[in-house]
Design a protein around this ligand. Structure first.
Ligand code: AMP
Length: 442
């Protein structure tokens, strides 16, 4: 129970108003440790209540430790996307509503001048996306010389999105003696060790989900499909026949999201699309209206939907199979949040079989096989399977193998142009997955 933690009274009142009585697992483990000012390295799934896990002890600290006179920002929270930053901002406002603590939001897309003024007002807590914060640091507005707590939220995503350099740059401006808490879906990510070594000091590690552990509140199914047209029919059937309050449908590209949204609306269903190309204002509006149940189907690409916390999403459909297990986990994590039940259905055509099977292996589960009686696919799975579960098939030899042998001298490697990434290596937004900062997210 939260009241056993001896938290500040104002904070306890906010928890009561929010209706939070029992800490979630991550809160039960992280809050008491964080209250001892230890650095923390926490692996916890989105939807586990991790935001409150880091906000509670931090706000309690602000209310109990006297501020250094003339200090600038006392708490900095870095998070990969604007939506996530807004969500944390909202939680922070709610939790501090009975206290004098102020929170400021610094994200791309909002007016720079206004944000500069916000730094002058000096709120105790700043929630920021890395790119925009770096711009401010370059212009000298923020003051982190007396920073007491640094929180890195969804650190794996920040690394994925190419923010490593920005994080290290920001770190240089922050007071070295401070508490640092890193939250991430996985701690095994490339680069995570080095970030943790540079930015944290002798952290206690809390491994909750380990990413591959499944959220048992989500039922996970696959339905075999023949092609995209067939998928559209199956999707229509599911949206018309499967009971749900709010559904999210994922595609791998923003163009596909728009097209599919057009199709669903043509079928007289209430859908909107959300992806990186949509203007900031429009995105905000779509999210708000989805939250307020003004429509019930959101078609999204991965990048746009990362970290979204919207209550009541009980159905996730992968119209396109995601390209890897991490994206799959993030997508289905939009449902089954905070103990609610959810259903995730992936439509799988033959070209997606192998990726589906490698996701099964990665997550160490077998998806439930389901079919729609009136829309059964001719594709019933590969004829032969390898031990890995992937399709077994001979590699086709070129008709005239000899003709393909090249006898040209090897090119000078230094003159070679760098290979361009094939489309398959681009993420859902169409951006290359090479370490590049997706500006639209900032
Ligand atoms: P998060 O993992 O931070 O995205 O949180 C997921 C959801 O859980 C949010 O909607 C929170 O408002 C909710 N939540 C957080 N802590 C609790 C709690 N102790 N009891 C009930 N719901 C919670």
């Amino acid at each position: 129970m939260f009241n056993e933690l001896n938290l500040n009274k104002g904070l306890q009142a906010s928890l009561k108003n929010l209706g939070f009585e029992q800490p979630t697992d991550v809160q039960a483990q992280a809050v008491p440790l964080a209250l001892t000012n230890r650095d923390l390295l926490v692996s916890a799934q989105t939807g586990s209540g991790k935001t409150v896990a880091f906000l509670l002890p931090t706000i309690h600290r602000l209310l109990t430790v006297a501020e250094v006179p003339g200090a600038g920002t006392r708490v900095l929270i870095l998070t990969p996307t604007r939506e996530l930053a807004r969500q944390i901002f909202k939680q922070s406002k709610l939790l501090t509503s009975n206290t004098p603590i102020e929170t400021g939001l610094i994200i791309g897309g909002d007016e720079f001048k206004f944000q500069k003024a916000l730094f002058r007002k000096n709120p105790e807590i700043i929630i920021a996306t890395p790119g925009r914060l770096v711009e401010h640091l370059e212009k000298g507005s923020p003051d982190f010389k007396e920073l007491e707590v640094l929180i890195l939220d969804e650190a794996d995503r920040m690394l994925d999105m190419g923010f490593t350099e920005d994080m290290l740059f920001i770190n240089k401006f922050c007071k070295a003696e401070r508490q640092t808490m890193l939250f991430s879906a996985t701690l095994n990510q490339t680069g995570m060790n080095s970030i943790a070594k540079t930015m944290l000091n002798n952290p206690a590690t809390i491994s909750l989900n380990a990413k591959r552990e499944q959220n048992e509140d989500i039922q996970q199914q696959i339905i075999l499909s023949d092609d995209k047209d067939h998928k559209q029919k199956q999707l229509t059937w599911l949206l018309e026949n499967q009971a749900f309050t709010k559904a999210m449908v994922f595609t791998n590209t923003r163009i596909a999201a728009d097209r599919l949204c057009g199709f669903i609306r043509y079928k007289k269903m209430n859908a909107y699309a959300l992806h990186g190309e949509i203007s900031q204002t429009q995105r905000k509006k779509v999210m708000e209206e989805f939250r307020e149940n003004k429509f019930d189907i959101l078609i999204a690409s991965d990048v746009a939907a990362r970290g979204l916390d919207i209550k009541g999403i009980d159905l996730v459909i992968n119209f396109d199979m995601p390209r890897n297990g991490d994206d799959y986990t993030h997508r289905i994590g939009r449902t089954g949040r905070a103990g609610e039940k959810g259903l995730a259905i992936s439509l799988v055509m033959s070209s997606e079989w192998n990726v589906m099977s490698s996701i099964e292996r990665y997550l160490k589960i077998i998806f439930e096989r389901r079919s729609i009686k009136e829309l059964k696919a001719n594709f019933t799975g590969p004829k032969k399977l390898k031990n890995s579960g992937k399709a077994a098939g001979k590699k086709k030899k070129p008709k005239d193998a000899k003709a393909k042998v090249r006898n040209r001298p090897k090119k000078d490697a230094s003159k070679r142009r760098p290979a361009t990434k094939p489309m398959a290596d681009r993420d859902a937004s169409g951006l290359s997955t090479l370490k590049r900062k997706p500006k639209e997210q900032e």
